[in-house]
Design a binder for this molecule. Structure first.
Ligand code: G4P
Ligand code: NA
Ligand code: NA
Length: 194
């Protein structure tokens, strides 16, 4: 997605060979106009999939997830990483290990909101090794909901998550794919169709 690539080039910052900082429009401040266009792009790429729910994980997946759900006219559910005061029963959980942060989180969704037969589109801001996406897939599997696709804002194509998920048969659509990062330098990979 050209607009997103331009935004990444203009405002993104490669902090190292593995980490891209995009705090000005995705991970801290959010650009709602860009978010809306990304939501429309995801909806287009997964057209005809009869999606009933969009599923993401707090916090940075909520922006793009909500705009996608708005375009598709379906609910957005975000998995929680911390214990909720009010989310107390009938929980579906999965364990997600973050290599970037070296910590393991139990992610949680109520089985009121992801139910058998749902056709779920998973949305997230970054795809690195794919642990977060795998945790969300696991939650859907536990309730016999079908994952019809995975939409990612920024895929780090030099890490294995995207390849592994595609090898497993998932349609993974990334709006920008990064081939390489170097301090002060961002190189994109070619776009690919799921
Ligand atoms: P994975 O989901 O592919 O396994 O990735 P990983 O465990 O490495 O990611 C852990 C957290 O770090 C996630 O956010 C993910 O979005 C974020 N992340 C991974 N690589 C990058 C990067 O290059 N740049 C930025 N800005 N973030 C990255 P999170 O902990 O869930 O936080 P948030 O959603 O509350 O922001
Ligand atoms: Na993030
Ligand atoms: Na995330």
């Amino acid at each position: 997605m050209q607009l997103l690539k331009e935004k990444i080039l203009n405002e993104g910052e490669a902090l190292s060979e593995t980490i891209l900082k995009v705090d000005s429009f995705l991970n801290h401040q959010m650009d709602p106009v860009l978010m809306k266009k990304m939501g429309e792009e995801f909806a287009k790429r997964f057209e005809g999939k009869e999606i009933t729910k969009v599923l993401t994980i707090e916090s940075s997946g909520i922006g793009p997830g909500l705009m996608t759900a708005l375009t598709l006219d379906v609910p957005l559910i975000f998995a929680r990483k911390r214990k909720s005061l009010t989310l107390t029963e009938d929980l579906i959980t999965s364990s997600v290990h973050s290599f970037t942060k070296q910590e393991t989180n139990t992610i949680t969704v109520s089985n009121k909101y992801i139910v058998p037969g749902d056709k779920v589109l998973i949305i997230d801001d970054f795809l690195a090794v794919g642990q977060a996406a795998r945790g969300l897939v696991d939650i859907c599997n536990q309730v016999d909901a079908e994952v019809v696709g995975i939409g990612i804002v920024i895929e780090k194509a030099f890490q294995d998550g995207g390849k592994e998920l595609r090898d497993q048969g998932f349609q993974v659509e990334s709006l920008a794919r990064i081939q390489a990062l170097k301090k002060g330098e961002i190189t994109f990979a070619e776009e690919m169709e799921g």
